[in-house]
Design a protein around this ligand. Structure first.
Ligand code: GAL
Length: 464
């Protein structure tokens, strides 16, 4: 359903930043414009732009601050408490953003990045919690070029497609959005561009000066540097960048990308990663998406606020790894499965498509607040499969309010009818069900729920 014209506050209700660091939080709210925003009980050091709903400043002291946020328009008002946790942890809910890789690949440039940010505002994605605009590989100088890769002081140089990173960061921030970048701990990125080996602190300082808020740090050519495949060698480069990031005057969400080697979920927290890729690269096929999504089981217990398993970026909309794009090969039902499963998994949600070509269906997939709400649930628990019968899998996720989100998936090639037996999923005999994609109460059910699930499709429920 389309969002109501009445105000509704969406997005994460808990947000973490470190003390003394630049603070930026945009209130995500739908409703007919013009909307006006207010926040009461802001901690000292923060102020709100009441027209844009953007809160900025810096908070000196650690602590948990409950801020009462109001959003108003002619039709009414909405109020929510939002917790600002000023402490050590970032990404208290899975990051939501856009990344250039699955659409533009190495053909990314500044115009494409800024165009994506503008779509967040113009098409309203920011009203649903979409925050990060992340450049993936392709912004540095190509490794095999004869041009200098760094200035005489060792600062990394950008290529001609990114003439002014600081200006790009400023314009992303002026929209209340956040700015992400990509590098590798080896000498080169996966795409053969200059990376951070032996310049980690220099690079972290450049990121800080450009206003970077998120770093995806991709193993790639570090294979040439690592002495062996031991856990210590696998962790080493991530400690080095962690230490560099600690020294700068900015919060940077730290995204580890090394495809799950050495069970990264077991130690990602030790190197202070906020998220870590658990698999190789996704593509826009059912085999790839479902193969990755339905195998995220063993890592479930490691997901928690600030620490997320990352089964890779979304493949809905126009994708293609650049420069030419095509509409995703996933069917509509497979796309519902993709977004439902990633939300149940508390996965980072990183849109991988050309946002300037968003069709209504894709926009709708990405802006259903009740579905996103499952991903952004503050408890931060990751769903696990609780029933597997033939082609049907039922995945269950515990929510902060004591209720559950449940996905009933049909992995088979035909529509199937299924009797969902609550006790088999360790749920109460009598339960109220809500269909989250349709945002509709289904009623109260005693012991079981009969349903029909299309091939490769899903029914996503909230179970009270
Ligand atoms: C891969 C990574 C992709 C993308 C690419 C860039 O290693 O998994 O997500 O970042 O490198 O070259």
């Amino acid at each position: 359903p389309k969002p109501s014209d009445k105000p509704r506050i969406n997005g994460a209700k808990i947000y973490g930043q470190r003390p003394g660091k630049p603070f930026l939080y945009k209130i995500a709210a739908t409703g007919k414009e013009p909307l006006s925003y207010d926040a009461v009980n802001l901690p000292a050091g923060l102020k709100i732009d009441k027209k844009k709903g953007i809160i900025t400043g810096s908070v000196k002291d650690k602590g948990e601050y409950t801020v009462s946020v109001t959003v108003k328009n002619k039709l009414g008002s909405a109020k929510e408490n939002i917790k600002f946790a000023i402490g050590d942890l970032l990404a208290l809910t899975p990051p939501m953003g856009w990344n250039s890789w699955n659409c533009w690949g190495l053909a990314v440039d500044q115009e494409k990045v800024i165009a994506s940010a503008k779509v967040y505002i113009e098409k309203g994605l920011a009203k649903h919690g979409w925050t990060f605009i992340n450049i993936d590989d392709g912004w540095e100088i190509v490794g095999k070029s004869t041009a200098p890769k760094r200035d005489p002081q060792g600062n990394i140089l950008v290529n001609e497609k990114f003439p002014d990173m600081k200006a790009l960061g400023d314009s992303i921030h002026s929209m209340g959005l956040k700015f992400g970048i990509y590098s590798s701990p080896g000498p080169l990125t996966c795409g053969g561009y200059t990376a951070s080996y032996q310049y980690e602190l220099k690079d972290a300082m450049s990121y800080a000066s450009w206003g970077i808020d998120y770093l995806k740090y991709d193993w790639c050519s570090y294979d040439q540097i690592a002495k062996d495949t031991s856990l210590a060698e696998r962790m080493k480069p991530y400690f080095v960048m962690r230490d560099a990031l600690k020294q700068i005057d900015r919060d940077i969400v730290y995204s580890l990308c090394q495809y799950g080697m050495s069970n990264v979920w077991e130690w990602g927290e030790k190197v202070d990663g906020n998220l870590w890729r658990t698999t190789g690269d996704i593509t826009d096929t059912w085999e790839s998406m479902s193969g990755i999504g339905f195998s995220q089981i063993e890592n479930a217990k490691y997901a928690k606020p600030g620490r997320w398993n990352d089964p890779d970026m979304l493949v809905v909309g126009w994708v293609g790894w650049g420069p030419s794009l095509h509409p995703t090969k996933l069917t509509p039902d497979e796309q519902y499965t993709h977004i439902s499963l990633w939300s149940l998994l508390s996965a980072p949600l990183l849109i991988g498509c050309d946002l300037t070509r968003l069709d209504d269906f894709t926009l709708n997939l990405l802006t259903n607040d009740e579905v996103i709400g499952i991903d952004q649930d503050p408890l931060g628990s990751q769903a696990v499969p609780v029933i597997k019968k033939g082609n049907i899998q039922v995945w269950k996720k515990k929510l902060a309010d004591g209720n559950f989100a449940v996905g009933i998936f049909n992995l088979g090639n035909e529509t199937e009818t299924f009797t969902f037996d609550f006790t088999e999923a360790a749920l109460n005999g009598k339960s109220m069900l809500r269909d989250l994609w349709r945002q509709k109460d289904l009623g109260s059910f005693n012991g079981k729920y009969e349903c029909k699930i299309p091939s490769h499709g899903v029914i996503l429920l909230k179970v009270n």
